[in-house]
Design a protein around this ligand. Structure first.
Ligand code: FAD
Length: 272
């Protein structure tokens, strides 16, 4: 295979990795490789070098300080389930249903986010949490809201020379959540639709995030704003209007739209 001849760099720390990223603008960062190695089979791929960031110590943080969670981009899903499972249960549920144990042993949060699939399973809980990503280059760090970072399928605001180093979010007080992934089967299936709803009793607001029904994961902000009016029907109508599902090999647009309405309705019933 042509890609077996690509130069492979194995930095031992983040500074070395950042220097390589800057030096080699046509390179790709390799974390778990569960998306990237599939994409490299495309002979039109322009990647000229691989920079291995799997296991870099600076990307392995799993910490909760007060209500703030900080997760290193290089944390694998299996490690998260062992060490961070109680931080934010909607995310834990999403990770438990993602792929298979062997994929979860390699695949990372950073890869799931930067790959920017609308069906990426960690995204609905992280969108509902208003998560922020922290990006670093040799010039310094910047923080970007996750919803602003992901621009479309396989497109993110990551700039040349940058590495996603951490994901951070605030866990609301006493929230109630509802997470569902609807796939063709219960394991090793990409989502037809995924949904995360949060209810924040302190300020009586909700947050609604939907996966696989648009070019990016979507927050139903207009529908969220209708919650205080108590009109369930108009809120559900707003959701079905907002989502932009397509027909593809996994599902039909009509079924996806139906699921968005149904899952939102189930969530509202739980919190009423
Ligand atoms: C059989 C199979 C089943 C799957 N099932 C699911 C599923 O159910 N749900 C789901 O959401 N996904 C699924 N996936 C997709 C994949 O496993 C996930 O998206 C995974 O999280 C990707 O992480 P990774 O570490 O393997 O990323 P990689 O493949 O290493 O990288 C993916 C992309 O992100 C970039 N990147 C990685 N880390 C960083 C970083 N720190 N900073 C900047 N750029 C970075 C890479 O350069 C590359 O462009 C599946 C994949 C396979 C092969």
């Amino acid at each position: 295979m042509w890609y077996e001849k690509i130069p492979f760099y194995a930095p031992s720390n983040l500074s070395e990795a950042l220097a390589l990223c800057q030096e080699l603008p046509d390179s790709a960062l390799l974390a778990g490789g569960t998306d990237l190695l599939v994409q490299l089979r495309d002979p039109n791929d322009k990647v000229k070098a691989l920079i291995n960031i799997a296991g870099l110590p600076e990307l392995q943080t799993i910490e909760r300080l007060g209500n703030t969670v900080r997760l290193g981009a290089g944390v694998t899903f299996s490690r998260f389930l062992q060490q961070g499972a109680d931080f934010f249960p909607p995310l834990t549920e999403a990770v438990r249903q993602l792929a298979s144990p062997s994929i979860r042993n390699k695949a990372t949060f950073g890869g799931n986010i930067v790959n920017a699939s609308p069906a990426a399973d960690t995204l609905p809980p992280l969108y509902a949490a208003d998560a922020v990503v922290i990006l670093q280059s040799i010039h310094g760090k910047r923080r970007v809201g996750l919803a602003d970072f992901i621009l479309g399928p396989k497109r993110s605001a990551l700039q040349t020379g940058e590495i996603l180093i951490q994901i951070e979010w605030h866990v609301p007080e006493n929230y109630i959540y509802y997470y569902r992934k609807i796939g063709t089967r219960r394991a090793l299936a990409l989502s037809k639709v995924s949904f995360c709803g949060l209810y924040l009793p302190e300020d009586k607001t909700i947050r609604l995030a939907y996966g696989a029904v648009g070019p990016t994961v979507m927050r139903a902000l207009a529908a969220e704003a209708r919650f205080s009016k108590g009109d369930k029907e108009s809120l559900l109508a707003e959701v079905t209007e907002m989502v932009q599902p397509i027909n593809d090999q996994r599902s039909t647009a009509d079924y996806r739209r139906f699921l968005c309405r149904q899952l939102t309705s189930e969530f509202l019933t739980r919190i009423s």
